[in-house]
Design a protein around this ligand. Structure first.
Ligand code: GDP
Ligand code: MG
Length: 438
């Protein structure tokens, strides 16, 4: 189906204007792809109405084809719908996992523990499932594969007591991941039990774990857990199968939350932080949506001075705000930094795992506001951001119509990128260039 969407879009390739019929055809294909991916009908309708409205009302920017224009609208509306990933500060916290039996909670607990440990934290898994035979052994084994602390008690059949004792017994850990039982249906017993565990452990985050194949059942499930404990984020598991996880969008919408992690296999390493682009492209069965959206964006940019920028300048030590602007554009073409690092042969996971999670993760919205801020800076300030003092921050904020915090955020982002780049300066030149120029 993705390919028929692609086919429809390709037919628009030569056109510069969209007529109503074109828009209707694209919208129909998108609806078909999304429904096929288990996205709830109401959501699909809402989304496609908005896409249709914008495609007919907005003027395509000069220099873009009708196809790229409509794709950009699709992409933006989809990003709006799926949202950013659930915020997960790299600090001490307690996370409660909820979900039906078989949804992947125990596996996810181990995956998340592994993920946090790679970020330099000390996680512990507390296993409170006293219902499923073998739950203790399974959780213990997965924890040992993730090489993280584990607490469970096969001789105790009171999950609330286990949760309480588990927190005390794993005091030396900083991230506590509390795994719970899930039964076949959402019967009262399960909901009562998780409410009591929730009261006892008082988690900072409550994540709902869902099988990608959940489909239309997602709504009821999400509502029940939202009522019982409140859902701060959703984990979609088994995305390595054929299901595309569109049901999770219902859950996100229903609980007013976001997606935290994606599970993509049975081992503890098969976990990814949620990232909208990949997920959206997958839902629509298209691989290059973000890139296309950005091509249109670039076509809309004015006063482009990209041409004489040499990535090697960054390696010579100095890193200015001008460099940062180019850098952000380059990064944006390639995707998030951790994926970029994966493309560099021989780098392995070592360096990548030491990086703060959001070291260079500048979202499109932030980037746009950064651009506006930079437009209000003088050349001297762009070249020497460290010299920008409080008075200048105030002036730039006024000039750009952005809050002062945004200006400060930009300066902070610059400092962070500068620091991160220092870590790369030992890398081979060829690798670096490949990374910058892509
Ligand atoms: P729980 O009952 O919610 O704790 O679910 P489990 O963690 O025990 O997972 C149920 C089954 O799904 C197990 O066989 C897991 O190996 C499998 N599973 C969990 N997550 C994934 C995933 O991301 N991909 C695949 N292929 N299997 C998974
Ligand atoms: Mg389990």
């Amino acid at each position: 189906l993705g390919s028929s969407l692609r086919g429809t879009l390709d037919r628009l390739q030569g056109k510069t204007r969209l007529d109503e019929e074109d828009v209707e055809e694209v919208v129909r294909e998108i609806q078909r792809s999304l429904i096929q991916a288990d996205v709830e009908i109401d959501l699909v309708m809402e989304l496609s109405d908005e896409i249709e409205r914008r495609a007919l009302e907005e003027e395509p920017p000069g220099g873009t084809t009708a196809r790229d224009f409509v794709l950009r609208i699709v992409y933006e509306e989809m990003v709006d719908l799926v949202g950013d990933s659930t915020e997960l500060p790299l600090e001490s916290q307690t996370i409660l996992l909820a979900g039906l039996q078989g949804s992947g909670k125990t596996t996810t607990a181990a995956k998340m523990a592994w993920w946090f440990s790679k970020k330099g934290l000390r996680p512990a898994i507390i296993q409170t499932d006293t219902f499923r035979p073998g739950a203790y052994d399974q959780a213990e084994e997965m924890a040992s594969r993730a090489e993280v602390s584990f607490y469970g008690d096969p001789d105790n059949d009171d999950p609330v007591e286990i949760a309480r004792e588990g927190l005390a017994a794993t005091e030396e850990a900083d991230v506590h991941i509390v795994d719970t039982a899930g039964r076949h249906a959402l019967e009262e017993g399960l909901i009562d039990e998780i409410e009591t565990i929730d009261d006892t452990v008082d988690p900072d985050r409550r994540l709902l774990v869902m099988d990608a194949a959940i489909g239309q059942g997602a709504k009821d499930q999400a509502q029940r857990f939202e009522e019982a404990i409140g859902v701060d984020g959703v984990v979609i598991t088994k995305l390595d199968g054929t299901a595309k996880g569109g049901g999770a969008l219902t859950a996100v919408n229903e609980t007013d939350s976001s997606i935290a992690f994606l599970g993509t296999g049975e081992t503890v390493q098969d976990v990814e932080r949620f990232e909208p682009n990949g997920f959206i492209s997958r839902l629509l069965g298209m691989g290059d949506l973000k890139q296309l959206a950005e091509r249109v964006e670039r076509a809309m940019e004015t006063g482009d001075e990209e041409e004489d920028w040499d990535p090697e300048d960054i390696m010579s030590g100095q890193f200015t705000l001008k460099d940062m602007r180019h850098q952000m554009n380059a990064m944006n073409k390639m995707g998030p930094l951790d994926q970029v690092l994966d493309m560099i042969p021989g780098l392995g996971g070592g360096l990548k795992d030491q990086l703060p999670d959001d070291a260079m993760d500048v979202t499109q919205d932030r980037m746009r506001s950064f651009e506006v801020v930079m437009d209000s800076m003088t050349d001297k300030e762009l070249e020497n951001p460290r010299s920008v003092g409080a008075n200048q921050v105030r002036r730039v904020a006024r000039g750009s119509g952005q809050p002062e915090e945004r200006v400060q955020e930009l300066l902070e982002q610059h400092r962070m990128m500068e620091r991160t780049l220092k870590q790369f300066q030992g890398m081979g030149d060829a690798d670096m260039q490949r990374m910058m120029k892509r």
